[in-house]
Design a binder for this molecule. Structure first.
Ligand code: CP
Ligand code: NVA
Length: 304
């Protein structure tokens, strides 16, 4: 089954091929793609949390590949009033060609995948965000060249995006410095997995130290959707704001990355996110091209 649960659960070589395919689709331009590779195919998009980019990029990607997408708010499905994931997965498989799910708990996504006879794609969970990280790697490489052997600095919460950056560091062979407050470290199992792969990942509490010579500084919201565990985010994270001062310690041509939505004046200053180093709009756009690659691989087994 061609599921995308996380990039480290993909067969060797597939993450790079997804990037190449996305680049190919980007070069084809917008509109219906030649050959309409997903003609007559339908994707369900189930959301347990809000979304702008993920929902729209997946829906447009299906349209431009010749297929269609159905938006489903989990609360308005029978799932929302107790129908099991198992029964839902079995029913969906009778109508559809793929499921993209944004789940509050990663376990829900795994359960959906374990009962599904059609591909399941992770559209963000509390643990990870694989579609976003692929778009981010694509964006880094468009702006700064191959990511292999480069240094990325993650500043802020050790959240789902931080976890996906750890996966990416192992798969695409780059170094990752993570600066996060005590008690806000990335997932310990993912850290152990990275250690077992001899990944070059350094975790510190000091942002200045983490960004030294970095090719990109990456951050994300201080409070992820559905996370009620941080009582006073400002107190916990104020020293982790990405500002121009931090960039003085990074490589001269370092870029700024953020998966969005952003909170100016919290995790990043306006100067930085709206300034010349910022590639956040490219990241958002590349979600569309990456989704096309993921969908044509998962549903039609087509990669460049
Ligand atoms: N970056 C991202 O996944 O955005 P949405 O929450 O808007 O989908
Ligand atoms: N860490 C953020 C990412 C949003 C795309 C969240 O989970 O809310």
């Amino acid at each position: 089954m061609r599921n995308l649960i996380d990039i480290n659960s993909l067969e060797n070589g597939i993450p790079r091929k997804l990037l190449d395919t996305a680049k190919f689709y980007k070069n084809q331009g917008r509109g219906l793609l030649e050959g309409a590779p997903l003609l007559g195919r339908t994707l369900a998009m189930i959301f347990e949390k809000p979304s702008t980019r993920t929902r729209i990029s997946f829906e447009v990607a299906m349209t431009e590949l010749g297929g269609s997408a159905i938006y489903l708010d989990s609360k308005s499905m029978q799932m929302g009033r107790g129908e099991t994931i198992q029964d839902t997965a079995k029913v969906l498989g009778r109508y559809l060609d793929g499921i993209m799910m944004r789940a509050s708990k990663h376990e829900t996504l795994l359960e959906m995948a374990s009962h599904s006879n059609i591909p399941v794609i992770n559209g963000l969970t509390n643990l990870s965000h694989p579609c976003q990280i692929l778009a981010d790697i694509m964006t880094f490489e468009e702006n700064r060249g191959l990511i292999e052997d480069r240094l990325i600095a993650w500043i802020g919460d050790g959240n789902n995006m931080a976890n996906s950056w750890i996966h990416a560091a192992c798969i695409f062979n780059f170094s990752l410095n993570i600066a996060c407050p005590k008690g806000r470290l990335p997932n310990p199992n993912i850290i152990s997995w990275a250690e077992s792969k001899n990944a070059n990942i350094n975790i510190t509490e000091d942002p200045l130290n983490a960004v030294k010579n970095a090719d990109a500084i990456v951050t994300d919201t201080w409070v992820s959707m559905g996370d009620n565990s941080i009582k006073n985010p400002k107190k916990v994270f104020s020293k982790y704001q990405v500002d121009e001062k931090l960039f003085k310690n990074a490589a001269k041509d370092a870029i700024f990355m953020h998966c969005l939505p952003a909170h100016r004046g919290e995790e990043v200053t306006k100067d930085v996110i709206d300034g010349p180093r910022s590639v956040v709009w490219d990241e958002a756009e590349n979600r569309l091209h990456i989704q096309k690659a993921i969908l044509s691989w998962a549903i039609a087994d087509k990669l460049i």
